[in-house]
Design a protein. Sequence first.
Length: 556
Amino acid sequence: MLQSEALQILKTGVNVFLTGEPGSGKTHTVNAYVQWLREHGIDPAITASTGIASTHIHGMTIHSWSGIGIKEELSEAELDQIASKEHVARRIQKTNILIIDEISMLSANVLSMVDRVCKEVRRRPEAFGGMQVVLVGDFFQLPPIVRGGNAPFAFESSVWNDLNPVVCYLTEQHRQEDPVFLSILGSIRSQQADHLTASAILARETETSEEHDDIPRLFTHNVDVDRLNAERLAKLSGHAVSFGMQGTGAPLLVDALKRGCLSPESLTLKEGAVVMGTKNLPQLGLWNGTLGIVIGFERGTNYPKIETRDGRELTIAPAEWAVEEGGKVRAKITQIPLRLAWAITVHKSQGMSLDAAVVDLSRAFEYGQGYVALSRVRTLEGLFILGWSENALLVHPEVAKRDTGFRELSNEAAIGFGELEESGERAELEKNFIRACGGSSTPSKDGKKSPKASTYDKTLELLQDGVTLREAALERGLTYGTICDHVEKLVQSGKLDPSIIGESVPPELKKELPAIFTAFKKKGSEKLGPVHEMLKGKYTYDDLRVARVLYSLRSS
């Protein structure tokens, strides 16, 4: 199934299991769906089975969202206690669409507990109390683990049958571009891997050498990762620069963000350190998995400067990871979006796309570990095997068995919804779904979510009272970037007097405006990337957006 087909199915409001091979565009499709919902004034609940996955999607773990926490069983008394918590009940009652990412790592029992909580709060007998549920993931990847061993997969739960999700099995490939490598990965998924498959992989066997020092190693155990990173950093003779993680908001959510963030709470770097991007920042050209080497630190800010493997020089400023709910930031952390990358665990690599990796599977102990590690890399040429074991190519037999059925169901769904498209029924289902969710049938003209008028008005009122942009962000519990977005929209709509903006700009930015304006004059103001690069990353993109507003007013 194509991404576009899956997106059209999602828009009808049916429950969906969105799956596909690594690199098939599951996250891209979910992001496109979330954007469409927000364009129509609908705010979905975005969750994931793990903290790492949740930080990638600005959501929270499904455990936190549902209030079940770390429970593995749920008594009637505990169910009543969770449902009586006001913030949990309010959250669930107002949710029309629930997205759960990395469903492969969520056990059948946890899925059932979340279902029970939703039914109890919403007082409706349907699965999850009648909300649309979108399950996202690939069961060939790492399985759910509980104390004492593995747990049944989510698809083995009776709740899965109650949901009866439409299967959307994506077949496009956007990570691996090597047909030979794709064939190898395909044979592992279909349990047809044989000695020829192993031989093709082991042909990439290597020994530890300086030749691969700048390529991350994927290990199955944390102890190996920590040891190698510490050893390599200690060998560098340069001055160490440390960056501490900052957090604000609900303490429990801040702690969850810290645990799930790929950047460490305390990051120590030296010139020459091998690093990896931990967040997708397309405006900067940094991605989760981008590899580079620290080449210095920016004067004044001390932000690290890196050279990527493709020769680009980037200055890496702190980035934010946040938990957003109802358009409001409930918690956020700030840290340099990098981590030491001489080594990383297979578990933490899930979701990454790597140009190259040295993989040690000599101690592989879990179904899917080898497949996850191998499928992180884009081409066979970028794969280097450091260690191997007979368990490296194992996939769970139950997953392989169900996969055939998932593919068949996806093909049937593509045909069925294709017929609905031709008859016009699908469009009618879409309209009814938007109406049922309380959304607007007319999307915002600029392709972004149209915040409620009240959120604009609240920001406008603060700015008119002489509050600075950063103070407004703190007052409203929003990010500085969101306030900057409000400023742009308020100016465009003519609601905000231009003279007010100059007074609300942070003092440290105000004195830098002449230099920024000069850059706009030379590079143009339509795209901020060239200006950001010309100014060597000295200013954040949010600051440049505010400066652009002032520049356009001065030029008009």
